[in-house]
Design a protein around this ligand. Sequence first.
Ligand code: ZN
Length: 100
Amino acid sequence: MFTEFLYTTQDSWSCERRVMKCGRPQCACGSDPAKRHGPYFEWTYKVKGKTVNVKLSPQAAPIYKAAAKQHRKLKIVLARLERLSKTALANLAKQADNTD
Ligand SMILES: [Zn+2]
């Protein structure tokens, strides 16, 4: 159901779960990895080579995660189509050369 919204030419599209250190010296997150803040969810994609991070609510995260999965599948299909296109073009070019 997400495919229609998802098609993008972006190379990078992901939804990650992150934990963070706040940087306050008195906070336990600095020394204990288990006490880090979060989890936060972040949607990451690229615009003109620049990475954009968008914070997501825990409710929104699964939607973007599903979209990221769809995106990976689409990239695989597109790569396959590209290979097929190259083969088809090469064959057409060969035929054109032979009919000269
Ligand atoms: Zn902290």
